[in-house]
Design a protein. Sequence first.
Length: 122
Amino acid sequence: MTAIPHQSAECGAVNSVLARVGDKWSVLIIVLLGDGKMRFNELKRMVGGISQRMLTLTLRGLERDGLVTRTVFPTVPPRVDYELTDLGRSLWAAVEPLGLWARSHVGEIHAARTDFDGKAAR
């Protein structure tokens, strides 16, 4: 196998994309939006533990990257829906298996952590 020469500009571009999808909240929001469009407060309730400001910033970043679209309806109060773009759906297809894996192995991970923490405490 031939090594690919290091190209710093390309590495920087890939790094910025991976930083977006690898942050604490983005993947979870992408997975949730995989079920269809959602309103801001629905997302906030489902994510749990995220501040309104952080959810706003995360959604804005996902929108900026072309992964999420934001639709504002002129009602009182304004209704705002978020949904995945085609690009966002392609990312969802890549991360959904990771989410399924996490759900099916969460018990094992928690048991391993408990075991590790017990050994470390001794």
